[in-house]
Design a protein around this ligand. Structure first.
Ligand code: T3D
Length: 256
């Protein structure tokens, strides 16, 4: 059985972590398969990506059985396996949705938070499990969580290891929507389909701009906006958007 499965529905690629017996804990093979799936996601005809988990978990981070004897060289492992996949998600110039079907813990929480938005099942839980085993958050956990919930709440949450319900995660702004467990896949597909029909190049450039905001000066941000706006005006979708507006019809964007 593949550690990661992918499926296509039109312009939407769904990536399913597939180690349900261990709530999709990450081992070396899973990192490798996820990297391959994220490479497939770069194709121009993929215009939205959904990441989810098989069974009752989303992803519970590092497979702790690999720590039984010794942790090994964690720093090197993070750099060579976790970091490339987190960076690959941010580098995708298209929307990436985490469909959080169950527990998102440790680096699995970081993975969910690295996505552009999160839709959760009412069965999902959000657990910054690192502190429970004496580790610090990694895989971008501090970076993404602080941006989502603010510094003070991030400190409280990450240092307590507190398990948030889906409803609490929504209140805190970690997830945008909570749906009944049996509706999650359909709702994620619906949202992804809607996003995939938008002008993908403009969405990708908006993602790049937003990623720069935490450290940018206003002058920098104005300049990047000007540069990417110039690039956006060269897309077919910009021409189609303006034409459709003037012709009083719905635009038909193709992501070019
Ligand atoms: O480079 C590096 O390697 C370092 C990177 C580190 C990054 C990290 O992610 S560190 C954090 C690792 N993750 C955790 O510490 C989470 C551990 N899991 C939990 O705390 C709980 O499982 C949950 C709160 C997430 C869910 O609880 P619950 O009660 O719903 O499920 P459960 O019964 O604990 O788990 C179900 C099974 O999955 C169970 O196996 P069993 O008893 O049915 O055979 C459990 O052992 C297994 N499982 C859960 N998490 C992991 C795991 N197996 C391996 N690794 C796990 N992380």
């Amino acid at each position: 059985m593949a550690e990661v499965e992918t499926s296509r529905d039109g312009a939407v690629l769904t990536v399913t972590l597939n180690r349900p017996d261990v709530l999709n804990a990450l081992n070396a093979a899973t990192h490798k398969a996820l990297a391959a799936a994220l490479k497939d996601a770069r194709a121009d005809d993929v215009r939205a990506v959904v990441i989810t988990g098989a069974g009752r978990g989303f992803c519970v981070g590092q497979d702790l059985t690999e720590f039984r004897e010794s942790a090994g060289d964690i720093g090197s492992r993070l750099r060579s396996t976790y970091h490339p996949n987190i960076k690959a998600i941010r580098a995708l110039e298209k929307p990436v949705i985490a469909a959080v079907n169950g527990a998102a813990a440790g680096a699995g929480l970081s993975l969910a938070c690295a996505c552009d938005l999160r839709i959760a099942s009412d069965q999902a839980t959000f657990v910054p499990a690192f502190v429970n085993i004496g580790l610090v958050p990694d895989s971008g956990g501090t970076f993404f969580v602080a941006r989502l919930v603010g510094q003070a709440r991030a400190f409280e949450w990450l240092c307590s290891g507190r398990r948030l319900t889906a409803a609490e995660a929504q209140q805190w702004g970690v997830v945008s929507e909570v749906v009944d467990a049996d509706r999650l896949a359909a709702r994620a597909a619906e949202v992804a389909g809607e996003l995939a029909a938008l002008p993908t190049r403009a969405i990708g450039m908006t993602k790049r701009l937003l990623d720069r905001t935490p450290t940018a000066t206003l002058d920098d941000q104005l300049e990047w906006e000007a540069q990417l706006q110039a690039a956006a005006t060269k897309t077919e979708d910009f021409r189609e958007g303006v034409t459709a507006f003037l012709e009083k019809r719905h635009p038909d964007f193709h992501g070019r």
